[in-house]
Design a protein around this ligand. Structure first.
Ligand SMILES: [Zn+2]
Length: 66
């Protein structure tokens, strides 16, 4: 089976889904290629789950990082 052309990875530090080698939120290079669940944060300031996960920037986040 063929892999997707854009390789998605997840920051182990803040769980943000990134397509680069560095996380654009916390600057970490500790990325995982396997994750479970997808969390879309549109308004971090008014989202309970974002507050709980300490997410301050909108975007895509993984629920669980392996
Ligand atoms: Zn990060």
């Amino acid at each position: 089976m063929k892999q997707a052309s854009v390789k998605e990875r997840v920051c182990r530090n803040c769980k943000r889904i990134v397509s680069d080698d560095t996380c654009d939120v916390c600057g970490s290079t500790n990325l995982a290629s396997t994750y479970q669940g997808l969390l879309i944060v549109l308004k971090p300031e008014s989202s309970e789950i974002a507050t709980l996960l300490k997410i301050k920037k909108e975007g895509y986040y993984a629920v669980k990082v392996k």
